[in-house]
Design a protein around this ligand. Sequence first.
Ligand SMILES: [Zn+2]
Length: 681
Amino acid sequence: MSSAPQRYTVTAALPYANGPVHIGHLAGVYIPADIYARYLRAQQRDVKFVCGSDEHGVPITIRAQKEGVTPQQVVDKYNAIIRDSFQDFGISFDIYSRTSSKTHAEVASGFFRKLYEEGKFIEQTSQQYYDEKADQFLADRYIVGTCPNCGNENAYGDQCEKCGTSLSPTELINPRSMLSGNQPVLRETKHWYLPLDQYEPWLREWIVEGHKQDWKANVYGQCKSWIDQGLQPRAVTRDLDWGVPVPVEGAEGKVLYVWFDAPIGYISATKDLLPDTWETYWKDQGTKLVHFIGKDNIVFHCIIFPAMLKAHGDYILPDNVPANEFLNLEGDKISTSRNWAVWLHEYLQDFPGQADVLRYVLCANAPENKDNDFTWKDFQARNNNELVANLGNFVNRAVVLTHKFFEGKVPAAVGFTTEDEDVLRLLQEFPARIGELIDNYRFRDALNELMNLSRLGNKYLADMEPWKLIKTDAARTGTVLHVSLQLAASLVTLLEPFMPTAAARLGAMLNTEKGTWPQAGRPDLLAAGHQLAEAALLFTKIEDATVEAQVQKLLDTKKANELAAAVSAPAKDDVSFEQFQQMDLRIGTIVAAEKVAKTKKLLKLSVDLGFAEPRTIVSGIAEHFLPEALIGQQVQVLLNLAPREIKGIQSQGMLLMAENADGSLSLMQPSSPVRPGSGVA
Ligand SMILES: [Zn+2]
């Protein structure tokens, strides 16, 4: 598109309504999309920012079945949680719709019917797995079996999550139904396919030749590799009862495949928002369409959906698809099933009112070109060193000093020095510089430029030292604060796309409102005499204990995962009954316990085993038990283990312990106290 677009349609990936959203979603999709939309609004562009819940497909019906509720109840629950999280984090959608809406059913079904009537689909009958007990075809994840590639026994009908291989159900070894656990049978069924192979020459021209320069390298590379591998016809229908029914005769019991139906959700959301004028945002060539997604959705948004739009013929194509890579968490891949995530609704419980801090950290550390890692230590450091010490500090000093020396009124500027003029000249360059980076989807760099503006302000204050200057030259002090306050006022507008709440708080403090983007660098945003409101802290320091608690929460999750995943050690070789009988197992009571000097692990125990004298046993359990906590406890002892000398102490037997998967130890105690020396048999 050479001339400036007349309007923008900005979409953010439809979150799948079978779970809450986490920081990976925010960093990958919603924060960059929101910055872009807010920036375009500040540029006074005509922009519609649309999103909604993706509410169809097999994972939702499987979850409903597991939880004993209806699919509708599943999507109602998560749609509400997701919608609230987006609102709490200031994601400024013009509409957040749902693919279970009536509008969507009409739009998606009309889309399918047009392609059907124009002969754009291939009809094909094939053999698919059918569960005779459940009386149902087994679409996608309703079928599991052994992966032919890695041997994982729980590979899905469409993908093995262990090795990442894409599969078709008939490739699975020992297939079984998720519904009944039975072995399914093959039955004939008819489906409609979009012949992607027919669109290959066009896709090659449009993407490989047409978007080599302007699409991100990671996006372009993935598309090119898909096209180079050769595209296959792709089924757009499924045998399922949850979804948009296939609107043609002979398609009873079939719905649109979720990946045909979901991207049409962008169109129906726009129609929900603008029932009369929505078409302008999807069909007029003056509209620039931009899809924000994560890298796992690249093929659907760059190849399949554009092929659908092209086949339909009435729609514009995406101008850009600035997909991000993945965000990891503390060095490990974010995983919903392992609960390895920072959930947005939980973050706000622990950090109330601090949505902007997370927005900042996730943008400053965004996985724009490669996978990136979120750590709580980095979160704390960025908050304390960048938000508090740079941005917050600059604004605070300018406002506090104005209150202290000038009764909170913007002082007049009395003649500018070269330094003042330099700062004001640099200020005027920031809106265009930050804007150009946003226009090119370089949000990290844009945010860094924004922070450079506040660094400029801090340096200026540090060089001018108005807190000293006031003693000798009040007029000059006034000029310095006048200049500083212009910088602070420009931040109200320039900060807003990145941290909308902080921008509003800053605006309140300066008693001004955000303006338009091109005007944000003006050197006269606040007139002399303008009254400021009270100073307030924009950001507060995050203490070590706060982030340590978050790290501990993750360590607890990791431990729980390890325990859940632990498998029994293989059985040892058989022993005869005679061999077993040779072992003298007893219950004893610990009567004394102390650490063995100069050792970390050893305890010296005296154990009453019913003999005249207690036995001495040295045991390597000092890191697991306090000596005083053991006194009085009954324990199991192997009495006739040959005596050994350990650290100069004769040990006469061995304590038996249960060892947990994480290495922690448990005493083996009788369920009620027994007489010391009782045999175990
Ligand atoms: Zn596999």
